[in-house]
Ligand binder design. Structure first.
Ligand SMILES: Cc1cc2nc3c(=O)[nH]c(=O)nc-3n(C[C@H](O)[C@H](O)[C@H](O)COP(=O)(O)OP(=O)(O)OC[C@H]3O[C@@H](n4cnc5c(N)ncnc54)[C@H](O)[C@@H]3O)c2cc1C
Length: 400
């Protein structure tokens, strides 16, 4: 039973930080979140919210709200970039829900954020509150904000994203690694691509040096696509950098008509450089700990960055609730439970780049032949890495 004596400070109001606040509240633990922006950032494009993440969100009471604003893809198609041939298929939809005990959705980031904020209400956070630094002693941790104000608590969670200030103070201000890839992101009103008759699946199109992932969001009203392509020229790492349709068309020149039409119909494009980091062996120093992209930024090939931050948040809240007399030990337990899984994910996401974006024609032909032969029949089980990923039960992990 929670005794309401801990006070937790959270740096950052992204998906990870807000989920942490919700999960702590659910356990009866007081927390205050500090977000540097004047408003929560309702920007970005599509996100896949896989079963492992929706299981947590349901536990937090957000299942119905999430179901209303998201899309429920039937499966995942892997297709050849030029002919559009289906090379491989794995089921999602009912099959995945039955297997993993929670649904797999695709969502606009803003809709997911709205669902989280709906659970939050109006209290427990400060906007326009940038954390500049922290100091800790044997009993507490104090943050100093950009406006000179301070706040003191028992624990500080650094959920402040890939450029984390908290991480910088803990482990040095090392820059993230440019992955050599940029992402193109577009949202298209569904009626503008209806004539293409795109299947109700998450589609992965794999071509030389670049790929495209596409799916519906917003209960099917909007069509989302993400193109990832190799580029020597890092653009801004931001949700907000705008790209040009003609540049994206040039990038995807020679691609299947379906893809080129989708790009052409996109009213506004975002373009962002992709960064990640090597796995960090430990995320804790004393009363301070990291979560989400601050701890383990990863390439988006497995669509797991936000999902992992949601898992982190739930497990961290559970560890703190179970060890309120010794919150520092709770942080160590959290890191022990979470670091191996996210390090595995970071590695898997990097390796997936090789599969999606091969360079030469012979290797591509070989991969396509292999994928066709390995094709999973509708009745088969899920691939082992999907079992490990989507079958993760954050509540069960706390009791193992
Ligand atoms: C192209 C692309 C596609 C993706 N697709 C998927 C997907 O399909 N599924 C998925 O699960 N993930 C996906 N991701 C990953 C996902 O977007 C991120 O992993 C996730 O948003 C990280 O959440 P976070 O809360 O850790 O960090 P962030 O979302 O970066 O939030 C950090 C917050 O901290 C605030 N902040 C920063 N510094 C301070 C400070 N000093 N003081 C106070 N506040 C501060 C920031 O303003 C921000 O609001 C994708 C990423 C990319 C780039």
């Amino acid at each position: 039973m929670a005794r309401n004596k801990l006070k937790i400070l959270i740096a950052g109001g992204g998906i990870g930080g807000i989920t942490a606040l919700l999960a702590l509240r659910q356990r009866g633990i007081e927390a205050e979140l500090f977000e540097q922006a004047e408003a929560f950032r309702q920007v970005g494009a599509g996100l896949q919210v896989s079963n492992n993440a929706t299981r947590v969100l349901r536990t937090l009471g957000l299942g119905d709200a999430l179901a209303r604003v998201t899309y429920y893809p039937e499966g995942r198609d892997y297709r050849a970039w030029d002919t559009g041939d289906r090379l491989y298929y794995t089921p999602l939809g009912q099959r995945a829900e039955a297997r993993f005990g929670a649904p797999y959705y695709t969502s606009h980031r803003a809709d997911l954020l709205d669902v989280l904020l709906g659970g939050l209400g109006r209290e427990g956070f400060r906007l326009g509150a940038r954390i500049e630094r922290f100091e800790q002693n044997a009993d507490s941790v104090t943050v100093t904000l950009a406006d000179g104000g301070t706040a003191t608590g028992d624990i500080l969670i650094g959920a402040d994203g890939i450029h984390s200030t908290v991480r910088g103070q803990m482990f040095g201000k090392e820059l993230p690694r440019y992955t050599g890839n940029v992402a193109w992101r577009g949202l298209v009103p569904a009626e503008r691509v209806a004539h293409l008759d795109v299947a109700k699946v998450t589609g992965v199109w794999m071509g030389p040096n670049r790929s495209i992932v596409q799916y519906y969001v917003a209960a099917g009203r909007t069509f989302n696509w993400i193109g990832i392509s190799r580029s020597e020229q890092p653009a801004r790492e931001s949700w907000l950098a705008e790209g040009r349709v003609e540049d994206a068309l040039a990038e995807y020149s020679g691609w299947h008509d379906t893809i080129r039409t989708i790009i052409r119909e996109t009213p506004k494009l975002l373009r962002q450089a992709l960064y990640d980091r090597e796995p960090l062996p430990d995320w804790q120093i004393g009363r301070v700990v990291l979560l989400g992209d601050a701890a383990h930024p990863m390439m988006p090939f497995y669509a797991q960055g936000a999902a992992q931050s949601i898992e982190d948040a739930y497990v961290l809240a559970g560890c703190l609730a179970a060890s309120q007399d010794d919150p520092v030990a709770a942080l160590s337990r959290y890191v022990k439970l979470r670091q191996p899984r996210t390090a595995w994910m970071q590695g898997l996401a990097r390796r997936e780049e090789e599969l999606y974006q091969m360079t030469d024609a012979a290797t591509i032909a070989e991969r396509n032949a292999r994928m066709r032969t390995n094709r999973i029949p509708e009745s088969a089980n899920f691939p082992p890495e999907q079992e490990r990923l989507y079958g993760y039960d954050a509540e069960a992990v706390l009791h193992a």
